[in-house]
Design a protein around this ligand. Sequence first.
Ligand SMILES: [Zn+2]
Length: 179
Amino acid sequence: MLPWVVRRTRLPLLSLRCVGCPSESATTGEGRFRVNANGKLLDVWLLVRCVSCDRTSKLTVHERVPVRSLDPAELHGYRVNDPELVASRLLDPLLARRNRFTLDWTGAWRLDTPAAPLDGAWPVQVEVVFEDPVPVRPDRLIAQGLGLSRNEVLRRIKCDTPLRRTTSSGFAFVVMAGD
Ligand SMILES: [Zn+2]
């Protein structure tokens, strides 16, 4: 079974309407949180800025939560703008739903395929693993990975996952010999 890996090359942008200009694209930039303590309650935001006018928006990560309910390591991560924490919060679907944005993965990921050529014994089995939740269409991904046309993909690929439906979950497929 040949492994293929989908992974991000940088953080995706956010499709998020700017309140200051017509842009609908924002970035986490270097990745900064803001933590505000109010008595024993905490607010935590992830700061993003409009790619066009630089206006900053705050995405709610935690709203008025008791300080003691947060893991101290997590709280420390917010205070020091831990890049791993920025990534995991940004990619958390709950944050997107709560703050009404979607992720724009254009140009922010790559497909790693083994160098082994596909001239061995047919059929060839491939397993696709997602290191990051990049939404891809299997037919396009397979066409890119194998250097085939999408028509050829439809003819030569056997796969239990619907090829035309966007997914971020791992799947496997079999490549049949060409004519
Ligand atoms: Zn703007």
